[in-house]
Design a protein around this ligand. Structure first.
Ligand code: SF4
Ligand code: FES
Length: 241
């Protein structure tokens, strides 16, 4: 029989199997903890910290999506410190990333009364859209670096390893190896990265073109001609003479 852990979350006693995360324990108790980088089918890495909660006896807020429960833990998921932390995380995100297609994050901004203009001197990241294949575009101005796309491209699903982090600090971005075009990478265009992206940074090419006002016929011709150009490139590289 598996060991049971007893803890307290927001004054509520909860019993969960050992190995559960704080997030799972809270969900079992019907307590909502917000998440952004976490995805049910991806390995959690504790990157965004929006799920931070106060655990009595610990110095820093603990990311609920990765920290496992311990017997006797006393947790506060909506203390003043927790709320302030979430509000600030959202304000920093809003100051640097285009969140116009992130409805869940926008809802959190409302819920936590975040001030979108708190950091007026922050430099927003606005790289140009990468349109290098007929399947999907990459608009990293909308990327929150949640790492989900990298995870599904790697061990969480596809084992393809086409993308990873590149750069450091402010320059950090999701990229292919040496920033080569996607068709020249190991990408197999499975679309799993597009499926888990929470912000519209990765988007099907057809949807992107529709949003820009192209008709279905124009889209067909645009994506087909791109495919033909790719085929021609492959023919040339296979037979350079
Ligand atoms: S492209 Fe999308 S899934 Fe990938 S890290 Fe950025 S926001 Fe996350
Ligand atoms: S949801 Fe837990 S760190 Fe992002």
């Amino acid at each position: 029989m598996s060991e049971t852990i007893r803890l307290t979350i927001d004054q509520q006693t909860v019993e969960v199997p050992a190995g559960s995360t704080i997030l799972q324990a809270a969900q079992q108790a019907g307590i909502q903890i917000p998440t952004i980088c976490y995805h049910d089918h991806c390995t959690a890495n504790g990157l965004c910290r929006i799920c931070g909660v106060e655990v009595e006896g610990t110095r820093t807020l603990q990311p609920a999506c990765v920290v496992q429960v311990r017997d006797g833990m006393v947790i506060h998921t909506r203390s003043e410190r927790v709320i302030r932390s979430r509000r600030t995380i959202l304000e920093m995100l809003a100051s640097s990333v285009d969140l116009s297609e992130s409805p869940e994050i926008q809802a959190m901004i409302q819920e936590y009364s975040s001030d979108l203009y708190r950091f007026p001197d922050a430099e927003a990241r606005r790289p140009t859209v990468i349109d290098d294949n007929p399947m999907y575009i990459r608009d990293y101005a909308k990327c929150i670096l949640c790492w989900r796309c990298v995870q599904v491209c790697a061990e969480d699903a596809q084992y393809t390893y086409a993308i990873n982090f590149s750069g450091r600090g402010y320059e950090t971005q999701i990229s292919t190896f040496y920033e080569i075009p996607m068709p020249e990478s190991t990408c197999v265009f499975c679309g799993q990265c597009v499926g888990v992206c929470p912000t519209g940074a990765l988007k099907p090419k057809r949807q992107w073109l529709l949003e820009m006002g192209y008709s279905p016929d124009e889209i067909m011709s645009l994506t087909r001609s791109q495919r033909q150009r790719r085929k021609r490139r492959e023919e040339i590289s296979a037979n350079p003479s």
